[in-house]
Write a protein that binds this ligand. Structure first.
Ligand SMILES: Cc1ncc(COP(=O)(O)O)c(C=O)c1O
Length: 457
């Protein structure tokens, strides 16, 4: 579906940007040709080939909110590794702690002091007492679903239409046009038909959620507190209280995935809005640049799982991985990264500045939209903001998806890239790190204005 009418003009603008990209990124082009011999798409993970332009930009080095590519161009990075680098690139305190850990050994299958301190800090921030660590938020979500099944003896998982929680089999489901649960488009090798494992409801559809939970077949509700992967969709007032109440009535485990919504504050939306999940999942930026994920849970949930497995009692000799974890999960390097990041980089003190930058970005983009008469709008969530090609904020995933226009998005992103600004691929999101400055934001505002003027002027 297209939301921008003048396709001929869009094609002309797109062709000009492609030509400019090719002319200014020859070194990345050469690296891509070489890499393509043994890497499908010339990239280590196929989704990295989805950037606009004829080939991806190859990075040489990065610091704070900027990086330099193989062609020597400096960029303001508003993608920040899609939250993986929300703390900024190579934050000094994290690099110091990580370097010290690397030179003193980084993986042992044994704990270090950093683990205890990281867990204490996360407990304080999210109000949940028991933590486990993984290499990614995907892994944490996978493991949490197993905990929820074990605790409840139920099989199914409820997710929101157009959600994304990483490459989690059960969450890779969507609703078809007739409201049936089906596998997401182009899902590779789903283990079983997805309606066997998953119930899908629209965001904010309380009657749908209540009816699904009333069957008492659902082990866990897995939600983001605001949707962030189909654009930003904020919840209606009362949604979270009602979800909590429905979970309480039906004995369902409530899992809140704060991987992206950590943008809202040091304890995500959970702390900011006083939410009461049974489990919180975090990941990406918490490692300060190295892979790390974690989940926190209530004592009650952890006790239920332990009791069902007879782990802490006489059966200690049976203590096993339980099918959860991985050799490098909770490794000493990840734990050093999390400790340093939470205590010295992503501190409560840096949030007001990050959020102020996102407000400047939101205001600049909205002003350009209004001045040029584009029927679009911007939504902000803490230090993250995103524009969508519709005049009012989307209320659910379907509304957000209906406003998608891939060619238009590609043009805007390539226009930005050609002016030294990296937007987040797949959607129109900008993220602010502690190192992002007002001048960085202004660089985007000016370029965005020119791009929209070329479309609507
Ligand atoms: C809300 C949410 N949860 C989990 C993940 C998975 O994170 P990772 O890919 O780092 O495992 C993502 C990734 O974008 C996400 O957006």
């Amino acid at each position: 579906m297209s939301v921008y009418g003048d396709r001929a003009r869009l094609t002309t603008l797109w062709d000009a940007e492609r030509e400019l990209f090719r002319a200014t990124h020859p070194a990345s082009g050469e690296l891509w040709s070489r890499a393509s011999a043994h890497l499908p798409g010339g990239v280590p993970m196929l989704w990295m080939s989805k950037w606009p332009g004829d080939w991806p930009v190859y990075v040489e080095e990065a610091s704070g909110a900027h990086f330099r590519c193989a062609d020597g161009i400096d960029y303001v990075d508003l993608c920040l590794g899609d939250t993986g680098a929300m703390v900024g690139h190579a934050p000094e305190a994290a690099v110091r702690a990580l370097t010290a850990r690397l030179t003193a050994g980084s993986t042992f299958m044994l704990p270090t002091e950093d683990a205890a301190i990281a867990a204490e800090t996360l407990s304080e921030r999210f109000g949940l007492p028991e933590w486990q660590f993984t290499l990614s938020a995907t892994d944490a979500n996978r493991h949490v679903l197993r905990y929820a099944r074990q605790a409840t003896g139920r099989r199914k998982v409820l997710v929101i239409d157009y959600c994304y929680h990483g490459t989690v089999d059960e969450a890779y489901a969507t609703l078809d046009g007739d409201g049936r649960v089906v596998s997401r488009r182009r899902n590779i090798g789903p283990p079983v038909p997805l309606d066997e494992t998953t119930v899908v409801v629209e965001f904010d559809d309380l009657p749908g959620l209540e009816a699904a939970l009333a069957t008492r077949e659902v082990a866990a509700v897995l939600i983001e507190p605001a949707m962030t992967n189909i654009g930003i969709v904020l919840p209606s007032p009362g949604w979270h209280d009602a979800v909590r109440a429905a979970c309480d009535r039906t004995g369902t485990v409530l899992v809140i995935d704060e991987t992206h919504t950590l943008s809202a504050g040091p304890g995500g939306m959970t702390a900011r809005d006083g939410l009461r999940p049974d489990v919180v999942v975090v990941g990406k930026t918490i490692g300060g640049g190295v892979p790390a994920g974690a989940w926190g849970m209530t004592r009650e949930l952890a006790d239920r799982v332990r009791a069902s497995l007879d782990w802490d009692g006489e059966g200690r000799e049976d203590l096993d991985v339980g099918g959860v974890g991985g050799t490098l999960a909770g490794n000493a390097l990840s734990m050093a990264g999390i400790r340093a990041t939470l205590s010295e980089v992503l501190t409560p003190e840096v949030y007001p500045g990050m959020i102020a930058r996102a407000t400047e970005w939101t205001q600049g983009v909205q002003a350009a939209i209004d001045r040029l008469g584009a029927p679009w709008q911007v939504t902000q969530l803490g230090c993250r903001a995103e524009y969508s090609f519709r005049p009012t904020p989307p209320r659910n995933g379907q509304e957000a998806a209906d406003a998608d226009d891939f060619a238009l998005q590609q043009y805007l992103h390539l226009h930005a890239l050609n002016r030294g600004i990296l937007m987040t691929p797949f959607h129109n999101m900008a993220l602010m790190s502690p190192a992002t400055t007002s001048a960085d934001v202004e660089r985007h505002t000016e370029a965005f204005h020119d791009a929209v003027e070329a479309l609507y002027g």
